[in-house]
Design a protein around this ligand. Structure first.
Ligand SMILES: Cc1cc2nc3c(=O)[nH]c(=O)nc-3n(C[C@H](O)[C@H](O)[C@H](O)COP(=O)(O)O)c2cc1C
Length: 209
């Protein structure tokens, strides 16, 4: 059966094609990896080709839920190292998912993409880029950029939510400019072999989406 055959992606070879999708477990403490979280992923890594670890916020104002993981500063890296070691020791691979919830955030300082100055966009672009670099330092095999579920990057992508009139709004090329800028810089900083994935919400299920 094809599910049980290896799959090469860039420089890693998965033992099979079974993948755990990212699912927020609310098991972190102050944004950091806990023993409970390591235990949860270790169990699921057994016999699974690839684990996509649940989303982590790139900046505190993009937090989506109370006990979400953080990847917003270097203090979290040690915890992730233990997590990636645990997943690897089970014969699986690990991709991190990085997110910013935009106006879906539970933070009081959440951002609205239509009211952001270019310097604010640049600040969050850099937050995504720095977060992606941290995932590599933490031992992940790749990073997935979260642009689905109505979050910040999905809000840029969708004509339903993106009402900007500058180079980040309007036609499709403009609405994915930020994504492209992030990906290009992450590729430059993490090297050719690092897996860069993007999760796109392809459909709004709304009129004008
Ligand atoms: C509790 C829970 C947490 C989730 N957290 C995330 C997440 O962190 N990132 C993400 O991209 N999707 C998240 N999802 C969506 C899942 O990755 C997946 O797309 C969804 O469960 C549908 O899967 P299915 O098509 O196999 O039913 C979450 C889903 C659930 C149920």
């Amino acid at each position: 059966m094809i599910l049980n055959t290896p799959l090469k992606i860039k420089n890693i070879t998965l033992s099979n094609r079974i993948v755990l999708p990212p699912m927020a477990r609310e098991l972190s403490e102050y944004g950091k990896v806990t023993e409970e979280l390591i235990d949860y992923y270790s169990k699921r890594a057994d016999g699974t080709g690839l684990i996509i670890v649940e989303h982590a916020y790139v900046s505190p104002e993009g937090i989506a839920s109370k006990r979400q993981l953080s990847i917003a500063d270097d203090s979290v890296i040690e915890g992730y190292k233990k997590l990636t070691e645990a997943i690897h020791s089970m014969g699986s691979f690990a991709i991190a998912q990085i997110s910013h919830a935009g106006f879906e955030s539970i933070s009081e300082n959440k951002v609205n993409l239509n009211r952001m100055a270019l310097e604010d966009i640049n600040r969050l672009k850099n937050a995504f880029i720095q977060a992606a670099v941290r995932t590599k330092e933490a031992g992940f095999d790749g990073v997935e950029i979260h642009s689905a579920h109505g979050y910040f990057l999905n809000q840029f992508y969708s004509p339903y939510t993106n009402k900007r009139t500058d180079e980040y709004g309007g036609n499709l090329e403009n609405r994915i400019r930020l994504h492209n800028e992030i990906i290009q810089e992450v590729r430059r900083l993490t090297g050719e072999d690092y897996i860069i994935a993007i999760r796109l919400g392809a459909y709004d299920y709304l009129e004008g989406g």
